[in-house]
Design a protein around this ligand. Sequence first.
Ligand SMILES: Nc1ncnc2c1ncn2[C@@H]1O[C@H](COP(=O)(O)OP(=O)(O)OP(=O)(O)O)[C@@H](O)[C@H]1O
Ligand SMILES: [Mg+2]
Length: 375
Amino acid sequence: MSELFRIVNGALRLDIDKVRNYTAFLAEKLEKDGDTSSADRLRKMLEESDHQLRPAGAAFAKALPVDADSRFPLIERVNLKTMAEPPVVLAQDQWDTVNEFLSIAKSYAQADVQGATSLSLLMYGPPGTGKSRLARYVAKELGLELYVARLDGLISSFLGSTSKNIRALFDFAAATPCVLFLDEFDAIAKLRGDSQELGELKRVVNSFIQNLDTLGSQSIVLAATNHQELLDSAIWRRFGYRLALDFPGAELRRTMWENFAKELHFSLRDTELLVDLSEGFSGSDINEVCVRLQRRRITKQQVPLLKDAWEVLRNMSIGEGESRRFLSALKGKDEHEISTVLRERNKKLYSHAAIAHLFGVSKATAHRRAREGKS
Ligand SMILES: Nc1ncnc2c1ncn2[C@@H]1O[C@H](COP(=O)(O)OP(=O)(O)OP(=O)(O)O)[C@@H](O)[C@H]1O
Ligand SMILES: [Mg+2]
């Protein structure tokens, strides 16, 4: 019943948005718990007051904060309902952090802990490692709406407006039961290089810190960055939880190949080869291969699955560093050359049988080709 406290709190402070938003949230909760008549009654009250407060006909919609100059919305609501996604794949120690964060968020929501500071999680790591995916997961787990603010958009050419924007963002989060996701969070730090006025930048950073500190326990703040090294240590320390995401190791890649393409049914051996061939890939890369492969399977049922996957992998030019060089070096090579490279890489894994499988030919054919290649 923490919503009740927030509604009263909003009423006492004459914060009509907070009252309305939390009343709508309470109605949703009541409905979920089966008390539809109370839910309906609350919604009716909202509707009736809406007619008094707003022009007739205006549908009840949460007013999104806008940029002080351009009037563009500073945030966007993510529609979580239409999204069916494969599960999040993390290492155990990463799950420990996420689960602890979630259980504290849930206990705050139940008890409406007074005076507690806001709950915040900073996710950092290279592109495509699951930061945005995790933000959606957290919001879903908590049953909250997800609002994304891209910080680069919020940083105005007029620094004075930037502080105003930050204020508007946090006012919105304080009045709305939601997860506020600050994406491209390093934009706030990049300011340093761009602006001539260091004093002005300090003000922006301070305004951010103050807003975060005074937000209160009802709001959940997530932030994501690819450039953690750019973040001010004062900001860094402000986040109660921090989570490093990175390119998945072999164990996680295996789980991804198994989970991202459930309908494809890779055999154990297929999976082992794919795990090795996708070394250095991000979760996003593996997902992309799976999505593309799933689409191709519709028209390519007669092509063996692993052969098809290998084709997609080789032609996508994805992955980072070493693995990318490894795969792109194989482009344009014939099967004999490729099998030589693969066998040099790992003789045990790339047995003649495995390589035959990869090329979608019989073992005898592979042997014959290998012999022909040598001669
Ligand atoms: N650890 C993971 N678990 C599950 N899915 C993942 C994971 N990492 C990546 N993905 C998949 O890759 C897609 C893209 O990842 P996501 O958008 O979360 O990356 P990001 O870290 O936010 O990247 P960027 O820094 O570029 O914003 C996700 O929608 C998801 O399908
Ligand atoms: Mg992202």
